[in-house]
Design a protein around this ligand. Structure first.
Ligand SMILES: Cc1cc2nc3c(=O)[nH]c(=O)nc-3n(C[C@H](O)[C@H](O)[C@H](O)COP(=O)(O)O)c2cc1C
Length: 315
């Protein structure tokens, strides 16, 4: 499976693992890279010391390229960018903010820049600014989401050719999803939840088991009523309590306080009552806890079958 994305990132399959705050560490990222995709260390909520240590650890675990996800609103964003440049990480993905001012610094260090965007407008803006690739992320995905579905984004963004690879994210959890994204004109996919539920992921066993047990209607979006955007996670007593507060018109500051620390509590410490477990909504496809290598092999095999079936359609 070679195309301009695999060439750009020097990977075997057009698949990257989404940056995931608290859970995409060096071990997970290196496992995805060793399996032929590209793993990503999530720097959201982390200190620069942690990021430097995880980059060094990933470099010791794989010879293959991997990336770092940078949340641009983070107070230590500049320090993290310096760390990434000094370590000559292959690429960064960026979220939560405008990546354009940071592109020259990253490019000067040889780091490729791949922003995650939720709309045609932002896709065009970052391409005009000279990014190396971009991820369009639909609202089926886990974590902070925009307002368009992945299918709508693929339809809207890829009506025209882009000079750089475009990856699709949000609700892609199997080989049919990979094949569909390729057929829609994307160059590859980014998957979060599928890689969260793997042997190498540091997520708590209870969080992994809850995702395996969950099905299509088991995710919820918190915060939507406040901003028109929100955070997709597993439905649980925390999300019910949060929604009750939203409906009651509880002030934003109080809601923020209520949510503070809950990601780590749910996903790393396994508190499924007071914590949150961010995940996408393609939950029926996640029925096991395989290794990243197994995920990749099955994904690629399924995608090949699906693409062959599509090619055989006599239309
Ligand atoms: C637990 C979790 C944490 C996430 N944290 C981040 C993050 O820190 N930065 C970011 O850009 N995206 C984050 N995301 C989004 C993922 O990178 C990815 O785009 C998304 O999971 C894709 O949808 P999927 O989960 O359906 O595969 C997170 C997703 C999950 C599930």
């Amino acid at each position: 499976m070679q195309n301009r994305l695999t060439t750009l990132l020097k990977i075997t399959y057009p698949v990257i693992q989404g940056g995931m705050a608290w859970t995409s560490d060096a071990v997970l990222a290196a496992a995805v890279s060793n399996a032929g995709g590209a793993g990503i260390i999530g720097s959201g909520g982390r200190t620069v010391e942690w990021v430097r240590a995880e980059i060094a650890k990933a470099q010791s675990l794989t010879q293959k390229p991997f990336g770092v996800n940078i949340m641009l609103m983070a107070p230590n964003v500049q320090e993290i960018i310096v760390a990434v440049c000094q370590a000559q990480v292959a690429f960064v993905t960026t979220g939560a903010g405008n990546p354009v001012p940071f592109i020259p610094q990253l490019h000067a260090a040889g780091v490729k820049v791949i922003p995650v965007v939720p709309s045609v407008k932002l896709a065009k803006r970052v391409v005009a600014a000279g990014v190396d690739a971009l991820v369009i992320e639909g609202m089926e995905g886990g974590g902070h989401i925009g307002t368009q579905t992945t299918m709508a984004l693929l339809t809207n963004v890829l009506r025209e050719a882009y000079p750089v690879p475009v990856l699709a994210a949000g609700g892609i959890a199997d080989g049919r999803g990979l094949a569909a994204a390729l057929l829609m004109g994307a160059d590859g996919v980014q998957m979060g939840t599928r890689f969260l539920v793997t042997q190498e992921s540091p997520a708590h066993a209870k969080a992994k088991a809850a995702i395996v047990a969950a099905t299509d209607t088991d995710s919820a979006v918190t915060g939507f009523s406040r901003t028109g955007r929100g955070v997709r996670c597993l439905k649980n007593p925390f999300t019910e309590a949060y929604h009750a507060k939203e409906i009651a018109g509880v002030p934003d500051a109080e809601l923020d306080k209520f949510a503070t620390g809950t990601n780590r509590l749910g996903i790393l410490e396994g508190d499924l009552v007071q914590g949150t477990v961010m995940c996408g909504e393609s939950l029926n496809a996640i029925t096991d806890i395989p290794t990243c290598q197994e995920v990749m092999e099955k994904l690629v095999a399924e995608a090949r079958v699906t693409l062959k079936k599509a090619a055989a359609l006599n239309i």
